[in-house]
Write a protein that binds this ligand. Sequence first.
Ligand code: C5P
Length: 240
Amino acid sequence: MIQASRTEAIKRLILALDAPSYESAAAVLARVENQVGVVKIGLELFTACGPPAIEMAKNCGYDVFLDLKLHDIPNTVAGAVRAARTLGVDMLTVHVGGGREMLESAAAAAGGDMQLLGVTLLTSLDAEDLDPVAIVPDPSAVVERRATVAATAGLAGIVCSSREIGAVRNIIGWDSIIVTPGIRPAGGALGDQKRIATPYAAITAGADYLVVGRPIHQAPNPALAAGSIVADIAKALGDR
Ligand code: C5P
């Protein structure tokens, strides 16, 4: 099989820039040396420093994924989506658990210039974690039902673990995006993640984008770690 180009593979690698301050985030970005295509700014960094984090990633030439997993009443979420739009964000997450009306309001507020993605079930949760919080203890079933609601509510894509990609593709087709966190290179430390896969497995399963945080920014050489994931993505794209 012909390998996809490195440029194509880099576009599909999203760095989770989970850092406690502007300075520490800037230090991580400097060490990644453009081996990722998208920078994901999540709850920690956005709470610590707000919109300047987005500006920093944009100034370094990256697309920005604002991962706030919005989950509130429809009016409040629509307002937050409109605010994110004014910041020039390229991708934004809402939590599918917020229900159809919330998802529809969010999709209407996103317009066409920002990709709105629905988080189905955190990759840090497995079956045992679900019953105590009153969710059916079957991660795949939960993800599939939530993907169905998200797709029909007008979202651009879904966030799910590698395990559910096949079933989710059957539901949402190939026009919608699948973003997959819980990525660990073979033998990598799991941390708090439970529904995990290697970069190669997730891309061959059909993911469009991979989210990777600690395996890159905790590596002794983040650019090298990202570059090796990019090589796996390129190989997997050629094999699928
Ligand atoms: O460090 P690690 O690679 O585990 O980071 C994964 C990132 O993906 C984190 O920023 C986390 O917030 C995010 N995420 C996730 N599971 C989801 C959605 C987002 O781990 N379902």
